[in-house]
Design a protein around this ligand. Structure first.
Ligand code: NAD
Length: 386
């Protein structure tokens, strides 16, 4: 595990329970977190990522370090023959993606671009229905997500490094839409919004895209914490856990009570692995759990529409409306690790590989470019769904 930050509190609890996984080591620069990790997992700990990659006990690394380190860490892992899952955004630029892919390809290691909601069972099922042709041809895709992303506590440069929601939340939404639409985006037109001078980074976007086959899609995101898409979805949260209807207002209020960047950093620090509020931002939930939910996804085909429901999908066809209930299935981080494990152990393909991740980042970067240039951007690094 590289990076024992907030993301690791979402990754470790579910991944460590998988029968074929042994948590062997961690790298971080925070000694207290490493000490706790060593005790909890009886595992090796390192203050250097590169040193961890030298350990013979490590087969693959889950990279959840800050965005600007992803490229360096993936390349180092590949250089030591270690497979890797890298958190979103895969990297900061397409040049970095190219170097990461080259490193994995040259060293024969697997690279999986993780944590996106395209792994969710309902999204995979929508893709399956679309691909089966049972509803005829795909006609359009819409995805809306509204939440309080902009007001979650952050380190000082974090929102700048993720361009607000675009490089952090964009990969989820772009991956979902690309998976359903087949992967090959032709062009993008987008506008981004910076509405709050206290958070001077992109907190919203509207994106219109077209696939090569002419299918259009819209992707809409607001992280400003007023309306909440979960309201349309029986208050199911991102991980399938219940979401408190007051979340947006509470998170906004908590941040408005914070006076400076140091205080905000301290709050984030407390939410990391080993912190006083560890797990507060985890999607782990022991009670009744529904399917994970990343906003409202509505897909239209010649003979019907499909949308997500709390426990699966609703298909609106020529005979009316029917619900497709899905088993919990493996999701999120478990699904990613399963995909990597199957690739390494059973030579199965990695669907969300580095080339897929590069194509998703290209769309996200094009959202920023289109918004800046106020014009349609044509893409050249797209990959079809494997
Ligand atoms: N916060 C979330 O809910 C969340 C969810 C999904 C994905 N992510 C992604 O995970 C990544 C990390 O986000 P986060 O919120 O956990 O950030 P964070 O700042 O809480 O965690 C980053 C961790 O990396 C460590 N680190 C810094 N430099 C390092 C180095 N050179 N070697 C090893 N460790 C180092 C830090 O000490 C910290 O523990 C980002 O790419 C983010 O987009 C975050």
């Amino acid at each position: 595990m590289a990076g024992l930050g907030v993301a690791s509190t979402q990754i470790l609890p579910s991944v460590s329970k998988l029968p074929y996984i042994k948590i062997a080591a961690a790298a971080d620069v925070r000694q207290e977190a490493l000490a706790k990790f060593h005790k909890e997992y009886d595992a090796e700990v390192f203050t250097s990522f590169e040193e961890m990659c030298k350990s013979p006990n490590v087969d693959f690394v889950y990279i959840a370090t800050p965005n600007e380190l992803h490229a360096r860490h993936v390349i180092a892992a590949a250089g030591h023959g270690k497979h890797a899952i890298v958190e979103k955004p895969m990297a900061m630029t397409l040049e970095e993606c190219e170097a990461m892919n080259r490193a994995a390809e040259q060293n024969g290691t697997k690279l999986l671009c993780g944590h996106t909601h395209s792994f969710d069972p309902p999204i995979r099922k929508i893709r399956e229905i679309v691909q089966s042709g049972e509803l005829g041809g795909l006609r359009m895709i819409h995805s809306w997500n509204y939440n309080e992303f902009m007001y979650r506590p952050r380190m000082k440069h974090e929102l700048a490094m993720s361009r607000g929601v675009v490089l952090n939340q964009g990969p989820h939404q772009v991956d979902v839409v690309r998976l359903i639409g087949g992967g090959m985006v032709k062009s993008i037109r987008a506008a981004t919004g910076i509405w709050d001078p206290r958070r001077p980074h992109e907190g919203s976007y509207v994106c219109y895209l077209e696939f090569e086959n002419g299918v259009p899609a819209t992707l809409i995101y607001s992280g400003y914490g007023f309306f909440d898409t979960a309201e349309l979805f029986e208050w199911v949260g991102e991980g399938g856990q219940p979401r408190d209807p007051a979340t947006n207002a509470k998170v906004r209020k908590r941040l408005s009570g914070i006076t400076d960047a140091e205080e905000e950093e301290l709050l984030k620090e407390q939410m990391r692995y080993g912190g006083r509020r560890e797990g507060e931002f985890s999607h782990e939930w022991q009670g009744e759990r529904h399917q994970p939910f990343f906003g409202f996804t509505l897909v239209s085909c010649d003979k019907g529409d499909i949308r997500q429901s709390p426990d699966g999908l609703i298909v609106y066809g020529e005979e009316g409306r029917r619900e497709v209930t899905l088993p919990p299935g493996s999701r999120g981080r478990e699904a990613e690790v399963e995909e990597l494990y199957q690739a390494v152990s059973n030579n199965r393909p990695v669907f969300h590989d580095g080339r897929w991740g590069e194509a998703t980042l290209e769309v996200c970067l094009a959202i920023l470019e289109s918004a800046k240039e106020k014009k349609e951007i044509f893409l050249s690094h797209q990959r079809p769904v494997a």
